[in-house]
Design a protein around this ligand. Structure first.
Ligand SMILES: [Fe+2]
Ligand SMILES: [Fe+2]
Length: 158
């Protein structure tokens, strides 16, 4: 796939940071929704429960899709960054490998969610946590080692 050479590195870096902020907020909201559905107060009738679980499954898939898009956008820009800033080539190689690992997890989770028609969200929460276990570390690594090279300063609390 041809890589656009006219990428504005700084703008791409700022976009990356905005993406992280949104994905973090979505994940926090998703965790809270899964906790609420799974908690002791979650007494509902069967119809209500099935509908809630369906909504949560959809939200999980939506989140996975957003994360997939974010990494696809980054993967598309990496060759340009490698050319412009060869000193961070090892950083980018590590990020690519982490993207591959996350993608494998997302694919697995997507298949499990689509195949499940139960009313239980316990496994969904556990699978989501497993899939995104090292995500925050990945975001932090990008913010610490990639963004400064692009000329983007990361505020202390993103
Ligand atoms: Fe990434
Ligand atoms: Fe990222």
């Amino acid at each position: 796939m041809p890589v656009p050479q006219d990428i504005d590195s700084q703008a791409a870096g700022r976009q990356l940071l905005t993406g992280h902020r949104e994905l973090r907020a979505q994940l926090t909201a998703l965790r809270a929704a899964l906790d609420a559905a799974d908690g002791p107060a979650a007494v509902r009738d069967a119809g209500e429960s099935a509908s809630l679980v369906r909504q949560l499954r959809e939200r999980c898939l939506e989140y996975c899709l957003g994360l997939h898009h974010h990494h696809t956008m980054e993967d598309g820009a990496f060759p340009v960054f490698e050319q412009r800033y060869p000193e961070i080539a090892p950083v980018i190689e590590r990020l690519r490998e982490e993207h591959r690992q996350v993608a494998a997890g997302l694919e697995r989770l997507g298949k499990l969610v689509e195949a499940d028609d139960g009313e239980d969200v316990t496994w969904l929460r556990a699978e989501l946590e497993r899939t995104v276990a090292s995500l925050e570390e990945h975001f932090r690594y990008e913010e610490t080692h990639l963004l400064p090279a692009l000329g983007v300063t990361v505020p202390p609390a993103v």
